[in-house]
Design a protein around this ligand. Structure first.
Ligand code: NAP
Length: 250
């Protein structure tokens, strides 16, 4: 198999200054893709873009964008086209949590999670699909969550947003397939990033006990699935939700 399967492809990864997004960016760069690191954290985004360019010898671009703002997303796509003249791969990764029990959840907690995790994915799909439709090819990969499939107490906003991402994956796969654009989602389980750092050791132990593979996931576990969905190895796969969860939900 060719080691540089994604040579000279242009990939946008949202929320990629750190965590799963950074790991996906590194894995795509290792396969030869040029990378657009986009995040709300401008400084970290620049550092990550420079680190990836240096490590993998690919071209990188850093663009500050809040995915919940359509103008930011349009600017992200414009800057990508200015540098790479195309968008081959979009990874919708930016996401947040603001957990609370239903009766305690504030309107602000609900709105911020829905605006970033759900509307943010819509904004990016809308803006990038205009480009991909003209190209008549493209790959869109949405980072959903096991919580969007099974629910989770204390996460009504987050589970609604990720369930919505799963539904949008299927709708956009149906709508864009005639232009050779594949749209899939990855539903990670509990992955060791800053997002899960807030869990206590006791909570992590409880989780590990219900995961058949007996460990939390690593960002690299998700990145490997994202590489597969970005290459021609997955050419006949669209509208699917790939679980990367150690078997915790089947
Ligand atoms: P993370 O370490 O917190 O990284 C997320 C990045 O997105 C951060 O750099 C964050 O910037 C950025 N971001 C936040 N709001 C943004 C916005 N409006 N526009 C653009 N970027 C924004 O999180 P992660 O664990 O890698 O999660 C990545 C994705 O995987 C999320 O969609 C998450 O829901 C999903 N996921 C994670 C897990 C897990 O266990 N970790 C499991 C299932 C699914 P700031 O630091 O400035 O906020």
């Amino acid at each position: 198999m060719c080691e540089k399967q994604l040579l000279n492809k242009a990939a946008i990864i949202t929320g990629s200054a750190q965590g799963i997004g950074k790991s996906v960016a590194q894995a795509l760069a290792a396969k030869g893709a040029n990378i657009v690191i986009s995040d709300i954290d401008e400084k970290l985004s620049l550092e990550t873009a420079e680190e990836i360019a240096k490590t993998y010898g690919v071209l990188t671009l850093s663009v500050k964008a809040d995915v919940s703002k359509y103008d930011d997303v349009e600017n992200l796509v414009k800057m990508t086209l200015d540098k790479f003249q195309k968008v081959d791969i979009l990874i919708n990764n930016a996401g947040i949590t603001k957990d609370n029990l239903i009766i305690r959840m504030s309107e602000a907690e609900w709105d911020s999670v829905i605006n970033i995790n759900l509307k943010g994915v819509f904004n990016c799909i809308k803006s990038v699909s205009k480009v991909m439709m003209k190209q008549r090819c493209g790959r869109i990969i949405n980072i959903a969550s096991v919580v969007g499939l099974m629910g989770n107490a204390g996460q009504i906003n987050y589970s609604a947003s990720k369930g919505g991402v799963i539904a949008m994956t299927k709708t956009s796969a149906r709508e864009l397939s005639s232009r050779n654009i594949n749209v899939n989602a990855i539903a990670p389980g509990f992955i060791r990033t800053r997002m899960t750092d807030t869990l206590s050791e006791e909570q992590k132990k409880k989780l590990t006990d219900i995961i058949p593979l007996s460990r939390l996931g690593e960002p690299e576990d998700v990145a490997k699935a994202a590489v597969f969905l970005s290459t021609d190895d997955s050419a006949y796969i669209t509208g699917q939700i790939i679980s990367v969860n150690g078997g915790m939900y089947m």
